[in-house]
Design a protein around this ligand. Structure first.
Ligand SMILES: [Zn+2]
Length: 176
């Protein structure tokens, strides 16, 4: 592994919050991993901060701070951001956000990343029957104009799938 220093940081961050894997950082694109089980749907979101804020450093002005606060609030309201097929009977249980420059989740800045920065989110939903979920309606494009593509992976009890969602599409169909 050539980029061993990055791997070390990923391990350290994974201990502090959502797991990080495959550190692709491409503005306009983000990753969404959806794991469906009978009693739970978990969603991992990983995005360049630029997609959410239009910048990738600590907010410096009131306007930038407001933009960052608004983005965080939108992500924390995850039951509006990720609307899971109602037949699954899911309710939001837990939200974890990790971003070093926004001082979220105890993350530390990763050296050698230049001027780039990311945000990772983990969203857990408790479900009455998660395996019946046929889709997740994703509000990220609506909320964040800087985001244009989502690389989605989903694992359900019936199998797994990979799909690219492009603005303005918002629905991820799940294998069930
Ligand atoms: Zn960047």
């Amino acid at each position: 592994m050539v980029r061993s220093h990055i791997v070390t940081c990923v391990v350290a961050l994974a201990a502090a919050g959502p797991a990080l894997a495959g550190k692709a950082h491409e503005h306009g694109t983000a990753r969404l991993d959806i794991a469906v089980a009978a009693g739970r749907v978990s969603i991992d979101f990983e995005t360049p901060l630029d997609n959410l804020l239009g910048f990738e450093r600590e907010p410096r002005t009131d306007a930038e701070r407001q933009r960052a606060d608004a983005a965080v609030a939108q992500l924390r309201a995850a039951d509006r951001m990720f609307r899971i097929d109602p037949v699954a009977g899911c309710t939001l249980a837990k939200v974890e956000l990790v971003s070093a420059v926004l001082k979220l989740g105890g993350a530390v800045a990763v050296p050698g990343r230049g001027d780039h920065a990311d945000l990772e989110g983990r969203f857990d939903f408790d479900c009455k029957n998660g395996a019946r979920a046929g889709f997740v309606e994703v509000g990220l494009f609506e909320a964040f104009p800087g985001l244009s593509r989502l690389e989605v992976q989903a694992v359900t009890p019936k199998g797994q799938m990979k799909v690219t969602l492009r603005r303005p599409a918002s629905r991820v169909a799940l294998v069930r």
